[in-house]
Write a protein that binds this ligand. Sequence first.
Ligand SMILES: *Cc1c(COP(=O)(O)O)cnc(C)c1O
Length: 365
Amino acid sequence: MSSSLTHRIYNFSAGPAVMPRPVLEQAQRDLVALPGVGMSVMEISHRSKTFEGILARAVADLRELTGLDERHKVLLLQGGASLQFSMVPMNLLGAGQTADYIDTGSWADKAAKEAKRVGSVNVTGSTKADHYSRIPDASELTLTPGAAYVHITTNNTIEGTEWKEPPATGDVPLVADASSNILSRPMELRRFGLIYAGAQKNLGPSGLTLVIVREDLLARSSSDLPTMLNYKVQAENDSLYNTPPTFAIYLLGLTMQWLKSLGGLPGIASINARKAAKLYAEIDRTGFYRGTARKDSRSLMNVTFRLPSEELEKMFDTEATANGLDGLKGHRSVGGMRASIYNAFPEQGVEALVDFMRDFETKRG
Ligand SMILES: *Cc1c(COP(=O)(O)O)cnc(C)c1O
């Protein structure tokens, strides 16, 4: 029993995804009673001093990691990134205005579709005709002068592509869905008018959504909006308008402390770069495996690749799973394989996958 409780396989799931082992261990240690409190974090009031302290420290550590100052508000909400597909236009897209959406993948497409329910949307820079295998060049974007905002998806989780640098948008606020690469490397978050992420890839468990919004944009939130969907109300109440997901916030806080212990974003960035380089080197080594993203657009978080046939892909998935490498099947919409190697994914797991890929190619190639 005890060994089955502590033995962990390598979890390549796209989300909910692997969490840092030290975070899980601390949560386990303190689950029944927080030191000095005598109650589980799940059992205390969200208005208690203890919880206020947990929330304040999580936000302070996030600010420290990202270098954000008071001009940006940090909100911890619910509803996932998918609710942000609606909240962003409801709050930021005024009547008579247009929002630009850059179409780099299935999530970007979903975000644009929800925005269209709210107001006028200009979809631009679509790489759909190329199966979303790349990020568009600046020359492919037709941005609307005076747009309400420009929306991008910083990392395309399903297709395995990533913006290396966000596009220049001048005075138009840049809004980003960063669900699958937030805090994976230093990113100039100050450049964004608003950035959001579901927590379950790089920040903690599902059920929690991070929204970072520039203070001046809160003036756009109309008082006619449903209260819970109003950024201004959420900001004025420091994410405590109603009961927040307290346990998830606690785990996000522990994850921020773990990131700090690794040397912050520069520290995790070098680990992430190394992990991805090892995997892409194996993909490129012979013609057996084929990366699906164009090289200059490759994601460091979701590594997508194909084998010579669907039959081999099925075999690869089955044998990998039997070898303790779980969750490598690509998204049903694109097929192939996908190795999600977020911040918490251990480097030894990448090495184990590379070894497995070599063996598999030797046997079946
Ligand atoms: C996972 C993901 C989503 C969906 O997130 P939910 O929290 O399930 O709503 C949206 N966008 C991107 C880029 C994602 O990776």
